[in-house]
Design a protein around this ligand. Structure first.
Ligand SMILES: Nc1ncnc2c1ncn2[C@@H]1O[C@H](COP(=O)(O)OP(=O)(O)O)[C@@H](O)[C@H]1O
Ligand SMILES: [Mg+2]
Length: 296
């Protein structure tokens, strides 16, 4: 297979003892500190801005090395990073990670201090969990007001430290997030995932995600309910976690929820996790009102 390594990338392994400069386009300004995360498509690195006297920390998100070596994979992951950058450039809110700059196959992001809600849940008090959800609602209001549906709200995509910051807009849907030429390449779709059977993360996506074009802001609110359920129980809101059976999963019922979470959370969770979008909260502000009724 053809080896595709864009000239900006340096595929050398990280040497933790000696931060090395990579990305010739960025090297005059940023120095690598460490890797933060690696998944099947992307790697996330922490960098220091050496051009600023403050040494501000920033985050580089780029395709991982396996993707860089596979042209087809790079084409897809690179486009999803471009979609993510375009979505972020439309939102200016303290609860959404800020985009510093965007280049061919990479994003440079504000460093968000804290832990994601997947790693953080055990150390959080009930009141911290509620604060995380209230600020997540504020972030979602800003996202939806910008005409964007996130489609991958889940604990690992929210960093918490006093309040929540939403990350990872690689699955975002919204007008103009893909260019006309990308759309033409993809058979005329206006959503990069246009004809995909499923978008997002199975454990937290709503039932209507089996038809991605039906996914709207109520779908993000379902997933936000899934985040709250996870923070309170340690589990996603589906009983079956069989990855091969997206459509046969059993969503938790009101009785299941009542038996697993403190009573005061039942009204907000039973509404957020309704199978039909029309029976859920219709806006993040409405979900926030329900959360505020719980009291800190
Ligand atoms: N800007 C950031 N500041 C701090 N941590 C981050 C930042 N971006 C990502 N992370 C960390 O890296 C993890 C993966 O990032 P994410 O954007 O979700 O990438 P992926 O597409 O691989 O899921 C997150 O769960 C979070 O812990
Ligand atoms: Mg993610």
């Amino acid at each position: 297979m053809a080896c595709l390594v864009p000239p900006m990338y340096d595929a050398r392994p990280i040497q933790r003892s000696k931060p090395q400069k990579t990305y010739p386009l960025l090297q005059d300004r940023y120095e690598r500190i460490c890797a933060i995360s690696r998944c099947t498509s992307n790697s996330i690195y922490l960098y220091r801005d050496i051009a600023e006297t403050t040494g501000r920390k920033v985050v580089l998100k780029k395709p991982n090395r396996a993707v860089l070596l596979d042209q087809a994979a790079y084409n897809t992951v690179g486009k999803l990073l471009a979609v993510e950058g375009r979505a972020l450039s439309r939102i200016n809110h303290s609860g959404v990670v800020s985009l510093i700059s965007q280049g061919d196959g990479y994003l440079l992001l504000e460093y968000v201090h804290g832990k994601n809600l997947h790693d953080n849940k055990r150390s959080m008090s009930e009141s911290a969990k509620l604060k995380a959800m209230l600020s997540l609602c504020d972030a979602l209001s800003a996202v939806h007001a910008a005409g964007i549906i996130h489609r991958d709200i889940k604990p690992a995509n929210v960093v918490y430290n006093v309040s929540s910051t939403l990350l990872d807009f690689g699955c975002a849907k919204g007008d103009g997030l893909i260019t006309e030429s990308e759309s033409a390449e993809n058979g005329g779709v206006t959503d990069y995932y246009g004809k995909a059977a499923f978008v997002g993360t199975i454990d937290f996506c709503p039932p209507e995600n089996s038809s991605p074009s039906d996914v709207g802001k109520q779908s993000d609110l379902f997933s936000a309910g899934g985040v709250l359920y996870y923070l309170l129980t340690g589990n996603a809101p589906y009983e079956c976690k069989d990855d091969d059976d997206i459509y046969g999963r059993k969503l938790v019922t009101e009785n299941d929820i009542a038996s697993k979470v403190p009573r005061k959370f039942l009204p907000v969770l039973s509404k957020a996790l309704q199978p039909l979008p029309e029976n859920r909260h219709q806006s993040a502000a409405e979900m926030k009102e329900d959360l505020l009724r719980i009291g800190l």
